[in-house]
Design a protein around this ligand. Structure first.
Ligand code: AMP
Ligand code: ZN
Length: 112
C-alpha cells in the first residue's frame, strides 16, 4: 500500500521522531502550524478514526496513554490540543489515522 505514514512507521521515509514503542510512533509535523506540532500514529495502518473497531481500539488507547509523556517531553505544561481529522469534510489529507498534538501557544477558542 502506498501510504506515507506506513513508510514513516517502517523507517522507509525519515521523520523527526519524538517517541516510539512497538505499537506507536510520534514525530514532528513537516509543516508545523503551532510552535509544537507533533503527529502520533499507530504503526499498523488504520485509515481514520472512522475505522476504529473493538479489535483495533487498543491502539488508540496506547496513543492516549503515551500522550502525557510526549506532551511533557515537549514542555507543554500549560496545556495543548489533540485533533484528528476524518475524511473529506474533516480535511484529512493523509489516510492513515494520526493525532495532531499542538501547543506552545494559546489555541483559538473556535474550533472551526
Ligand atoms: P491531516 O490534514 O490531518 O491529514 O494532516 C496531515 C499532516 O501530515 C499535515 O499536518 C502534514 O503537514 C503532515 N505531513 C505530511 N507529510 C509528512 C511527512 N513526511 N512528515 C511529517 N509530517 C507530514
Ligand atoms: Zn498507513
Amino acid at each position: 500500500m502506498d501510504c506515507i505514514f506506513c513508510k514513516i512507521a517502517s523507517g522507509e521515509i525519515p521523520s523527526k521522531k519524538v517517541y516510539e514503542d512497538e505499537n506507536i510512533l510520534a514525530f514532528h509535523d513537516i509543516n508545523p502550524q503551532t510552535p509544537v506540532h507533533i503527529l502520533i500514529i499507530p504503526k499498523k495502518h488504520i485509515s481514520s478514526a472512522d475505522e476504529i473497531t473493538a479489535e483495533n481500539s487498543y491502539l488508540v488507547a496506547k496513543i492516549f496513554e503515551a500522550i502525557p509523556e510526549i506532551a511533557k517531553s515537549a514542555s507543554l505544561s500549560n496545556g495543548y490540543r489533540i485533533i484528528t481529522n476524518i475524511g473529506e469534510d474533516g480535511a484529512q489529507t493523509v489516510k492513515h489515522i494520526h493525532f495532531h498534538l499542538m501547543g506552545g501557544v494559546k489555541m483559538p477558542e473556535k474550533m472551526a
